[in-house]
Design a protein around this ligand. Structure first.
Ligand code: NI
Length: 169
């Protein structure tokens, strides 16, 4: 197990599209352990995507259960999602987002209120799950990383919707 260094904006690796994982092998499983350890090493972190540590594979991990808002809402606890695909989405919510790869800033981003996600779990079994509220935001944010998008790419106005962090949470 290892805590992996996190790429920071404007690292070009963050703009790359990640490739599907062909199978949850021993190597992939060991990488997922490292990703989990990296997420847990950062207090308040609710998710991380493989490309943030320089691995261009479609793997994300999310856990909003310890978050002050996410933990109050319906959630699945720890989620390891391999090849996640958002099959359907609905509703709208405007949320303030941050990212370990963009440490100095937060921004208001519009996201869907709920999503239906198809993925493989960490054993390689197919799962379909519905996520709502804060957990759905976290998944949408991490899936964006797999396609080379940061939350900065999602703001409607660079002038009014991006904020400098007062302190790092
Ligand atoms: Ni992020």
């Amino acid at each position: 197990m290892a805590i992996l260094p996190i790429l920071q904006f404007p690292d070009p690796g963050l703009k790359e599209k990640s490739s599907p994982v062909t199978g949850v092998t021993t190597e992939v499983s060991a990488f997922i352990d490292d990703l989990l350890e990296t997420m847990r090493a950062s207090p308040g972190c609710i998710g991380i995507a493989a490309p943030q540590v320089g691995m261009l594979s479609r793997i994300i991990v999310v856990d909003v259960s310890g978050h002050r808002r996410g933990g109050q809402e319906e959630n699945h606890g720890l989620l390891v999602l391999v090849n996640p695909e958002i099959l359907a989405r609905g509703g709208k919510q405007l949320v303030r987002e941050g990212c370990m790869s963009v440490p100095g800033y937060t921004a208001n981003v519009q996201r869907a209120q709920w999503i239906l996600v198809d993925a493989l779990d960490r054993e390689g079994k197919q799962i379909i799950l519905e996520a709502v509220g804060f957990e759905s935001i976290a998944i949408q944010h991490e899936v964006d990383h797999l396609d080379g998008y940061l939350f900065l790419d999602r703001v409607s106005s660079i002038k009014t919707d991006i904020f400098r962090r007062k302190c790092y949470r």
